[in-house]
Structures are given as structure tokens and as C-alpha cells.
Design a protein around this ligand. Structure first.
Ligand code: SAM
Ligand code: SF4
Length: 431
């Protein structure tokens, strides 16, 4: 979502004649878009400012804006502690960024914009047109969260759940596809909690799938509680809906899920997985895990390992519990640091083995890859298969934007390498 937001910020500042540069030393304005989900987020901001100061020593300093959830949560402190920062802007106030920059240009004092103004934000940022012609594009459909898991800052930094109108989203999807997008990933902190005047994410996906030039639809991040039957059923017939779901579970222990206020049990989670496999047997899952949540015993931890082995997640993001100020879990007794670290390592080893064995099974198999771009200075193309695995093939033909059958030859931790499977490639799926 920060990547999507950063691109929208870039679209906006173009209107006041700013453009992006990869060369930091020539920047007139520096925007740092931040994430507040785990500890050390604020330290990273101070670290970056230190780096900037060094870069601009003996030169005119650029305008410095701190955007995102750290700005939202700790904007006042940042402005007070670091005079190098000109302004802070929370995620719901990005639409006002040009006014901010113009004010700072006029050397007005430090500015703090951290109100929740989500409707006005989307009205201004409306209708992203994919000006950089990406084959795979993001589209935010929902923001914020009402769930209040005890460990999480999102309800405080991103505010309450808000869903954009179907009309507005479909229009944006059409614009993206007109400008080359073949794949759209719908974004939201709780994307499947999407609800606009009774229309759910399944209704939205049906509408978006009607766009002819669009070949693939994904969404992230979904919450188990909002995984309703209509969404499960959609996997039966909607071939544009890709067969991999990121469905965070956090823990395999009911005791811990309850303590986290996750509002579902392990059994209910597993039921969703089972139903999805039934309607779409090739479906795969990835997930988020928090290891060492306050009160997690060895037995609870082993239940998380058990769930990992049972579902065989093809990807996972696991972190030790990070105590976030302002959240209900902040003051709870923590699991001993060394024990938590040991558990994380054990968990990640199990996850890694499962991932490797899945990836090994792909070797010599043929998979459909949507190619996104040519690799610089090489005759190689990068793309993703239906399960979101990164794939690279060599080709003299420009594959950008095409879906091709690829035979996988080998792979490493992050990438699969293959060759075009000529027997299957009579048709271009996405011309
Ligand atoms: N809304 C999604 C859900 O609940 O499934 C997840 C969104 S959250 C922004 C992304 C992930 O960050 C969570 O799934 C969780 O694993 C992780 N996370 C959030 N707060 C955390 C904390 N205090 N410590 C460690 N991990 C955390
Ligand atoms: Fe955070 Fe997700 Fe829980 Fe909302 S549902 S509070 S975003 S972890």
C-alpha cells in the first residue's frame, strides 16, 4: 500500500512541476514514506535524516517531508526533535501534499497534516492512469481497520474502515488496463472487508473481470473473518482470479488467537482453507505469523508449527512480537527474548523446508507466466506465474505483457528459471 501511495504522491507533485529522480544529491524535495507496524520505525526516520544531512552538507537542503504511518503516529515529536524536517503528512492527507510543498517553498514554518480525511483524499487522488505503463498494477479499494487486534497500530494510524465506490474503482481499473496493465492487485488493510453500499469484494472482482484486456486479478491482505462464502464460490468460475491467497493467521493456538483478539479459531481458519481447496484444487496460501506473542507457551508455539505443516504455506512472513506504544498488548509480559528468537528460527526453518519442497516440485513442470519487464542489458524477461512465483526466461522475442507457458528448469530461494515451452505456446493469451 505504501508503494501505491508513493506513486500517487508522485502523480500529484508532477502537477507542481516536480518529477522523480534516482539521484538523491540533486533532489529539491525528499519524501520519506514510512511504515509504523513494527519497532524501530522512528529510528529509521532519524537514520535517514542523518544520511540526508551528510549528502547535503555544504549544499542547500531539500524540502523534507515525512509521510505515512510514522508521521501519523509520531508527527509532533518528529517535528519537535528534528528541525531538518519541514513537514509531516499522514496517510489520509496526501492529497494536500502540493499545498504543503508550496508553503514550505515560501519558507513558512513546519507543517503537520495528520487529519483523517479519507473521502477527500480519494477524490483528489482519483483515477490513477498507470502513466508508467506497468503490466502489474496496484489499486487501493479499501483502507483502515475496525478489528483492533491487540498488537496492531493500523486502526490508529490508518483510521476506520473505508471503502471506495465500485464505479470509481472500475473506472480506475479501466484506466490502468488502457495504459497497459494486464494484472491488477486490489489493496486494502482488510481488503475482503470491502463493503460499498452492500456490494462486497466478490461483486467488485466480477465487475473488474469484465475488462477484456485485464487477464489477472489478485487482492491483498485478506482477513479470515471476512472470508465469506461468496468469495470462496468465486474461485470456482472466475478464471481471472489467481489461485494464491495471502491469509494471515498469526498463530496456530486458539489461546493466543483469542488473546490477540483475532475473532476466529484455528479450526475456522482451516475450514476456509479446506473450502477453497475444494472449489479450486490448485489453490495455494501464504500467511503472516507473530512469534512470541505475550503468553505464548512452548505448546502454543508447537501448534503454530503444526498449522504451518498442515497448510503447507508456500510463503510466509514471520516476526517476533513487537510491542507498539498505544496498543493494548504494549504493556503485557513479554516472552523471553532468547526463547522468542529461538522459536522464530525454528519456525522459519520449517517454513523454508516446506517452501523449498514446493518449489522443487515445480521443476520440469509447465506454468503460465505473465511477463512484466525485460531485464536491463540482458535478453531475459521477468514475470510471475499464477501463484505469484517470480520467473525469468531468456528470449529474443519481446515478451512484455504476454502470458506464455514456461517450463521450469531450476530455481533458487527467490526466483525460478525456465524456458518458453514451444509446444504449448501456439497462442498468446494476452496480446
Ligand atoms: N490486516 C491484516 C490481517 O489482520 O490479517 C494484516 C495487516 S498488518 C498491516 C500486516 C502484518 O503485520 C500482520 O499480519 C502481522 O503479522 C504483522 N504485525 C502487525 N503488528 C505487529 C506487531 N506488533 N508485532 C509483530 N508483527 C506485527
Ligand atoms: Fe491490524 Fe490486520 Fe488486526 Fe486490523 S485486522 S488490527 S490491520 S492485524
Amino acid at each position: 500500500m505504501n508503494e501505491y501511495d508513493s506513486n500517487r504522491i508522485l502523480d500529484l507533485v508532477k502537477k507542481i512541476n516536480y518529477t522523480s529522480t534516482k539521484n538523491l544529491s540533486v533532489a529539491d524535495c525528499y519524501v520519506l514514506n514510512t511504515c509504523h507496524i513494527r519497532e524501530k520505525a522512528t529510528d529509521k526516520v532519524y537514520h535517514e535524516i542523518g544520511r540526508l544531512k551528510k549528502e547535503f552538507r555544504n549544499k542547500t537542503k531539500p524540502i523534507v517531508l515525512i509521510a505515512g504511518c510514522v508521521a501519523q503516529a509520531e508527527g509532533d515529536i518528529l517535528l519537535k526533535n528534528e528541525k531538518y524536517i519541514d513537514a509531516v503528512v499522514g496517510p489520509q492527507s496526501y492529497h494536500q501534499i502540493n499545498n504543503m510543498i508550496l508553503k514550505v517553498e515560501k519558507k513558512l514554518k513546519q507543517i503537520n497534516l495528520t487529519e483523517f480525511d479519507v473521502i477527500e483524499k480519494f477524490d483528489t487522488l482519483n483515477c490513477h492512469k498507470n502513466s508508467d505503463n506497468r503490466i502489474s498494477s496496484y489499486l487501493t479499494i479499501q483502507e483502515g481497520c475496525n478489528k483492533f487486534c491487540k498488537f496492531c497500530v493500523v486502526p490508529y494510524t490508518r483510521g476506520a474502515e473505508f471503502s471506495r465506490s465500485i464505479k470509481e474503482i472500475v473506472e480506475e481499473a479501466k484506466n490502468l488496463s488502457e495504459n497497459g496493465a494486464k494484472e491488477i492487485t486490489l489493496l486494502g488493510q482488510n481488503v475482503n472487508a470491502y463493503n460499498f453500499e452492500g456490494k462486497k469484494i466478490s461483486d467488485l472482482i466480477i465487475e473488474i473481470s469484465k475488462i477484456d484486456k485485464l487477464k489477472r486479478v489478485r487482492y491483498t491482505t485478506s482477513h479470515p473473518v471476512d472470508f465469506t462464502e461468496d468469495l470462496i464460490e468465486l474461485y470456482k468460475n472466475c478464471k481471472k482470479l489467481m489461485p494464491v491467497i495471502h491469509l494471515p493467521v498469526q498463530s496456530g493456538s486458539n489461546k493466543i488467537l483469542e488473546a490477540m483478539n483475532r475473532r476466529h479459531s484455528v479450526e475456522e481458519y482451516y475450514q476456509i482453507i479446506k473450502k477453497l481447496i475444494k472449489v479450486r484444487p490448485d489453490i495455494k496460501f501464504s500467511s503472516d505469523f507473530i512469534i512470541g506473542y505475550p503468553g505464548e507457551s512452548h505448546k502454543d508455539f508447537m501448534k503454530t508449527i503444526e498449522l504451518m505443516k498442515r497448510v503447507k504455506f508456500i510463503n510466509s512472513f514471520s516476526f517476533i512480537f513487537s510491542a507498539r506504544p498505544g496498543t493494548p498488548a504494549f504493556g503485557l509480559d513479554r516472552v523471553n527474548e532468547k526463547i522468542a528468537q529461538r522459536r522464530l528460527t525454528e519456525f522459519q526453518n520449517v517454513a523454508e523446508n516446506i517452501k523449498n519442497s514446493y518449489r522443487n516440485k515445480l521443476i520440469n513442470k509447465t506454468t503460465k507466466v505473465l511477463f512484466e519487464n525485460k531485464i536491463k542489458n540482458q535478453n531475459k524477461y521477468f514475470g510471475r506465474d499464477e501463484h505469484f512465483n517470480s520467473v525469468i526466461v531468456e528470449s529474443n522475442e519481446d515478451l512484455t505483457g504476454l502470458i506464455k507457458n514456461v517450463k521450469i528448469l531450476r530455481g533458487n530461494q527467490n526466483t525460478l528459471f525456465g524456458e518458453l515451452n514451444l509446444t504449448f505456446n501456439q497462442t498468446n493469451y494476452a496480446a
